[in-house]
Design a protein. Sequence first.
Length: 283
Amino acid sequence: RFVQTGSFQPVGASRPEKVDVRFICATNRDPLAEVEAGRFREDLYYRLYVVPLELPPLRERGEDVLHIARHFLRGMSQEEGRRFRGFVPETEALIGRYAWPGNVRQLRNVIANIVVLHDAEWAEPHMLPPLLLRGLAPVPKPAPAAAAPAPAVGPAPAPAAGPAEEPSPATAGAPDLAQPAPIAMPHAVPAAVPPARQHARPAASPAAAPPPPEPPPGVPTDVWGFDLADMKTIERRAILAALLRANQDVPRAATLLRINPATIYRRLSAWRAEASLPPAFHR
C-alpha cells in the first residue's frame, strides 16, 4: 500500500504522513516468469512495474565493451602508477570476442589483472588472464578415422555353362564387374559387413512400417507421439528452438521457456567451447 499511495502512519501518530519517494528495483531474473512460477507476489509486481528498464548483457552491447575497457585501463593505470596507453588491435579483438558472463564486473577485474601484473605502454594478448584465453581457444576437432582398405577386386570369372556354384568365402564380398551395380538403398547394410550378416536380417522397407497406434483414452497426443531422447538432447532442442523463435534474443527465449536467461547463456557458452553450436547461433 505504501508503494502505491506513498503514505504511511507512524506508530502512535493520529494521521498518515505523505512522502515523495521514488522506488528503483533491480533483478537478474525475469519478474513475470517469477510471478507465474509463484515465487514473486503478483500485486507487488504490478505496483513496481511502471517504467521498465532492461540493461542488456555486455556481450550484446557491441563496441561498448571496448570503450569500457579503455576507460578502466586509463583510470587504473593512473591509480597504480603504470604507463598503459591502450590495447593493441589483437587484444581488442580478443576482448570483443569474449562472451563476458560476469558482465562489467568481470571486465573490470580482467583490466585490473593486466594493470597490476604488467607495466607497458600497450596491453598485449599474452597479458590477458589464462582463464579468458582458454575460453577463447577453439576446441580441436578429432582427427577422422582412417578408412579401411578397400577389398581387392579381381577380374570377373567367365560364365560357366553348368549350374551356378556357391561363391567361395574369398570372393563372396567382391562385386561382380560384369553386372551393373545395384542401387544403394537407405537401409542397405555396408559392404564391409560379412555376407553372413548381410542375409541374417533383411532390412525392413520404410513403406512397410505400420502406422503408430492411436493413444489410449485420456493420454494427450503430444505425449503419446513425443520423440524420446536423453534430457540433454531435449533441453538443447528446446533452447535452440526458442532462440530461433525469439530471433536469438536470450531474455525473450528464456521467457518462452520460463527459465532463467543465465541458464541459456551457460548452455551456449558450453556448446561454443565444445564446438557443437550450429553456425546460425554464433553471434
